[in-house]
Design a protein around this ligand. Structure first.
Ligand code: B3K
Ligand code: ZN
Length: 868
């Protein structure tokens, strides 16, 4: 497999100014005719040959300026078409046949439930026609789509429809996109779909038609996406001064999709899971996801489409920035404090482990084999944190000036992360050269803090260290903005400097650095407020300090972080403790009694913000606990985790019961407050069940029988199944009967079962694969079983006898044969291999090695890294 390297970047010899495509769809074969208007770059004088990517195309004819080329003037081999003897300006025409019906990898043109659709990012366009498939070639596209009129009444592509016609039983539509774009933003849809239509008036007074398309049966599930889209459009005008540029904005929902959604110019294509929403079928988390993904793809219109990436090493230029934008949008639409904690929770539980294992790579990687494998949490989420730090370094106003400059200067261009940072520097006068190490160094920096008190005052002493990662043994210090406050005995932040500030940002950019606060004493440090940098913070808190932070800190992140520290301290002791299961249970009871007082205070204040209380009261996940222990013994971790959950359920049982009852809603509301109350209630119910409360089953069954919405229904089902309450089997059967025709709901049904923890669950998961509704060719369904099993069911996955690994290997091979991108993604679950205790490591290694033998390039890159 070929490795692509950043330092080998060369600009292309020819531009492609115009692309005229004709896509003629017939059963079994689609014929794609293309005309590329080529123009040699001024600095490529003397060059007269050019290569075009093309994968699996069956070439029918090739012509240059209307003259058919004979086989001596071109070569098509190994995915590359090379044409020699090109003049400075010319038109290259080709006709190729492709077979979308056979495309199970879901990149390029493929068929999903009778609808033709495309996915071109990163390198899918080469499966459709010959093209320099790289993001720095920007072209104006005109696309004609032809198909059977009755079966495909709807023919879509990017831009505006400019002509259409009928031709017997067939018809055609021509679309023209006035904005030059890289081919990864090309899209096409042919299908029979329902449409929800609305309009948006832009800040300059233009009217934009908004059209959301889905299967006819799903027309009633598009309202939330439409509302979210309009809010996102308004928000981007107000927050970034960015206006939408075409006359039409379309979103099409498809059932088979490799990821969440795709920002194709004017024609977004969405996984149904990220666009359809209805209270009866979609959880509250699902509603929030739709809101954020719709916004994310919309925001790409500027951060990604108008200004795009020079090469795929710069992926985070558009992804990190756009994630930051969508996070801030959701924060503004909902509770900012809760949103921040949710985002940090996600980052530390998923990106940190990636950054600390064999898959670690910089936010701007320097090499890859398959770029699909680099659509990672590091590129997206850590990338967003790096943009967020720049936002805080410049302040809201400075940041806005810098993004204005960025959008204006680079409009219509393909640029780099350096170009982005240069705008930040230019506007602020800051020197960010050292800051840029965040882009090039992999690994999560560990920041250790010690506090000392003497006659000069209170001091905080920092020491930073970024651990080695694959290919990067030595690390330099990074620039870490540490936002802090010091809380007095009443929990009030004290004055820290002459300006009277009670919160300051300390810039830690040396390996060791100290800061003194004269005249300050008797305080509790509130560190890294708002999670001001993506680092692991280590601090030896004194007795009672964490409880003090949890009770008083005005910073939502710090309260939450304090709660994690308290839970982890207790859980770690249980994991390390000697003795068998009986002793763990006893020790867990003591730990729970210790925690009960402070948790009781959180519960007492739950009325202020139920969503925040739910975040503070939820135990860290079993996987997160496991990540703290090397060598990892997942069985031990499972017992410790389950024991503390049960003990907390028991120690606070009257509180959980009271919450379960008092938070019961009588009518459906979908606002943030109502969602927070449901989240807390579901958590209380789980604790009640965990603590074996005799009322748990009754409450769960009642909720399950008459739910107001899917969050209630699924919360009840999860409790019944995960705590093996007597009503579980019946509820599962009933749920299946109710929802067998709703694919997204059935995904939840599969996922609840695949994530039901327990070392004895491997056979049950295997059973799910035999269910008639299980389908290897549908990524959502695969993720709901294979993803849930490998990612959220550590006890079964790491079963002592290796049966979980065997099942995992079988699954990987099966998925890989159809869809290498999905297989490679799922394989990341094995990245904890080097941390496992020796017996398990050997078993997992053997299974992975055998899968690697026949693996696709995508899967083999991931397995290669894991096994190295
Ligand atoms: N840009 C797409 C991701 C494409 C993934 C290709 N393997 C979705 C997004 O980030 O908005
Ligand atoms: Zn994106």
């Amino acid at each position: 497999v070929k490795t692509t390297r950043l330092d080998e970047y060369r600009s292309p010899a020819y531009r492609v100014d115009e692309v005229r495509l004709d896509v003629d769809i017939h059963d079994g074969v689609t014929t794609v005719s293309s005309e590329l208007v080529l123009q040699r770059h001024a600095d490529a004088a003397g060059v007269s040959s050019m290569t075009f990517n093309g994968e699996g195309l069956s070439l029918r004819s090739l012509a240059l300026d209307g003259v058919v080329l004979n086989e001596a003037s071109y070569r098509y081999e190994a995915g590359l078409l090379t044409v020699d003897g090109l003049p400075e300006r010319c038109t290259l025409s080709s006709v190729v046949d492709i077979e979308p019906e056979k495309n199970t990898a879901l990149e390029g043109l493929y068929l999903s439930k009778g609808m033709y659709c495309t996915q071109c990012e990163a390198e899918g366009f080469r499966h459709i026609t010959f093209f320099p498939d790289r993001p720095d070639v920007l072209s104006r596209f005109t696309t004609t789509v032809r198909a059977d009129r009755a079966r495909f009444p709807l023919l879509l592509s990017n831009g505006n429809p400019v002509a259409s016609g009928e031709d017997g039983e067939r018809h055609w539509v021509t679309w023209e996109d006035p904005f030059p774009k890289p081919c990864y933003l090309f899209a096409l849809v042919a299908g029979d779909l329902a449409c929800l239509e609305d309009t948006f008036n832009t800040m300059s007074g233009r009217e934009v038609a908004l059209r959301l398309y889905a299967e006819h049966r799903d027309l009633d599930k598009l309202d939330h996406a439409m509302e979210s889209l309009k809010q996102a459009m308004r928000w981007d005008e107000q927050t970034y001064g960015r206006e939408y540029d075409l006359d039409i904005y379309m979103i099409v929902a498809v059932s088979h999709f490799n990821m969440g959604a795709m920002e194709n110019k004017g024609l977004n294509i969405f996984n149904t899971s990220c666009v359809l929403a209805h209270p009866a079928t979609t959880t509250d988390a699902g509603f929030q996801r739709v809101e954020s993904v719709v916004a994310h793809e919309y925001f790409h219109n500027w951060s990604g489409n108008r200004v795009t990436c020079r090469d795929w090493f710069q992926l985070s230029l558009k992804e990190g920035f756009t994630v930051f934008r969508d996070q801030e949008f959701s924060a503004d639409m909902n509770s900012a404090a809760v949103k921040r904690v949710e985002d940090v929770d996600f980052l530390v539980n998923h990106q940190f482990p990636e950054d600390q294992g064999p898959m670690a790579h910089p936010v701007r990687p320097s090499e890859y084999q398959k770029i699909d494998n680099f659509y990672t949490l590091t590129i997206y989420e850590k990338g967003a944190e790096i943009v967020r730090m720049q936002y805080h370094l410049l302040g809201a106003e400075g940041f806005r000036k810098a993004t204005d400059l960025y959008f204006e200067r680079f409009d219509g261009q393909a640029v780099t992360c350096d170009d982005f940072v240069a705008c930040m520097e230019e506007v602020s006068g800051l020197d960010l050269s050292k800051f840029k190490r965040w882009y090039s160094q992999a690994g999560t920096p560990v920041l250790s803090v010690t506090a000392t008190q003497d006659e000069h005052g209170y001091s905080l002493n920092f020491r930073q260290q970024t651990p080695p990662t694959p290919g990067q043994a030595e690390k330099l210090p990074v620039v870490i903005p540490v936002r802090i406050a010091l809380l007095d005995r009443d929990g009030e932040p004290v004055i820290l400097d002459e300006q009277g500030r009670r919160e300051v940002v300390l810039i830690v950019d040396q390996q060791e650095q100290g800061f003194v606060f004269p005249g300050v004493s008797g305080v509790t440090p509130s560190l890294l407020r708002g999670f001001s940098a993506p680092v692991v913070l280590q601090h030896d808190y004194q007795d009672g300090q964490l409880e003090h932070l949890l009770a008083h800190d005005s910073d939502g992140y710090c309260r939450w972080a304090a709660s994690r520290e308290l839970y982890f301290a207790a859980l770690d002791r249980l994991v390390k403790g000697e003795g068998g299961t009986a002793n763990v249970a006893q020790a867990a009871e003591q730990e729970a009694n210790q925690l009960a007082a402070v948790l009781d205070q959180v519960i007492a204040r739950a009325g202020e913000d139920a969503a925040q209380a739910a975040l503070l009261l939820a135990l860290p996940s079993e996987v997160a606990l496991g990540d703290r222990h090397v060598p990892l013994d997942p069985g031990r971790v499972h017992v410790a985790h389950r024991s503390l959950r049960r003990a907390l359920g028991h120690a606070l049982q009257s509180q959980w019961l009271e919450l379960s009852e008092s938070l019961l809603a009588t009518e459906l509301q979908m606002d943030g407050v109502a969602m927070g109350r449901r989240q807390l209630r579901n958590l209380a119910l789980e604790y009640l069940a965990a603590g074996d409360h005799p009322e748990a089953e009754r409450i769960a069954v009642e909720l399950f029988e008459l739910p107001l919405c899917m969050s209630e229904e699924l919360g009840a089902l999860r409790t019944l199944v995960h705590y093996q309450l007597p009503g579980a089997a019946q509820a599962l059967a009933q749920f299946e009967k109710r929802w067998k025709d709703e694919a997204l709901v059935m995904d939840q049904w599969f996922s609840v079962q695949a994530s039901a923890g327990g070392t004895d669950q491997v056979e049950r998961v295997r059973g799910l694969l035999q269910h008639p509704a299980f389908d290897w060719a549908t990524p959502n369904r695969v993720r709901s079983v294979v993803g849930a099993f490998a990612g959220s069911n550590p006890a079964a996955f790491h079963a002592e006898d290796g049966s979980g690994y065997r099942l995992f290997a079988e699954m990987l091979a099966k998925v890989d044969a159809l869809n290498p991108q999905i297989a490679a993604r799922i394989a990341n679950a094995a990245a904890r291999l080097p941390r496992l205790k020796a017996e398990l490591q050997g078993k997992l290694r053997a299974e992975l090695e055998s899968v690697k033998k026949g693996a696709s390039a995508n899967l083999s890159e991931v397995l290669g890294r894991v096994l190295s």
